[in-house]
Design a protein around this ligand. Sequence first.
Ligand code: IPD
Ligand code: CA
Ligand code: CA
Length: 263
Amino acid sequence: MNELFQFAKYIVSEAGKLLLDLKKQPLFLQDKKDHGDLVTIADQNVERFLVSKILEKYPNHGILGEEGTFSGDLSKCDTIWVIDPIDGTTNFIHDIPFYGISVGIVQNGEGVIGVVYNPSSDTLYSALKGEGAFANDEKIRIQGKVKLRDSVFSTSMFWEDPSLKDSLHSGVIQLYKDTRGMRMVGGAAISLCDIIAGRFNAYVMPMLSPWDFAGGAIIVREAGGIVTTLDGDEVDYTKSSSILASHPDIHEEIVKRFKKKNT
Ligand code: IPD
Ligand code: CA
Ligand code: CA
């Protein structure tokens, strides 16, 4: 497992160098579902790079990537890499320093390795199941006590459905009233890692794709945080769902707020 961990960190660091190189070149933006959902040549090239490196070393592994480069049958694979070549593409295009490469490795449904690289701060967040979480190879754990009223959380607009762009989830609004504040940084993977770095105390999102959260969620758990759906249910690292990741002190209280909103 340690060899797989070292390899995952190595290829994500290499992909980070590639990403910074590609950033100097024309990005050839394309809209995906709408004008706020973008893909660039960098997203596609970074995913192709990761997929070729993974399959060269581990031909039996499967890859669930946002850009759909892998064409094999995931149901036949015990080990699945869940990858987002750039999480926070809009930030990447606008040079807002909250974007990153996200990789989660899932073995028979269990999240075992997470790696998220933030090229702007040159920070490689990583985690290996049972061994803890790391920021640039230094062990890092969610620290101290926190009360909900003193906490700051992050979220994003729920933009999977453009028709909902004019509204925030009512549970998110309630949480905003009950906490010190809310921020939207526009990158799920980086927001999740910001919980272990102590900047945010929670990240809530009514819907995310697995590649947005797999890497960061595995890292948060290994750092002592709790990750579930907004209803407090178990998260499947290969399926879309809502996400609530937080400092352990406030998780239950946040779940209660979302449960109340849904009943
Ligand atoms: C997006 C970001 C954003 C979240 C969106 C994701 P992308 O990923 O993580 O914060 O709100 O739902 O799609 O498109 O930049 O990889
Ligand atoms: Ca993403
Ligand atoms: Ca992406």
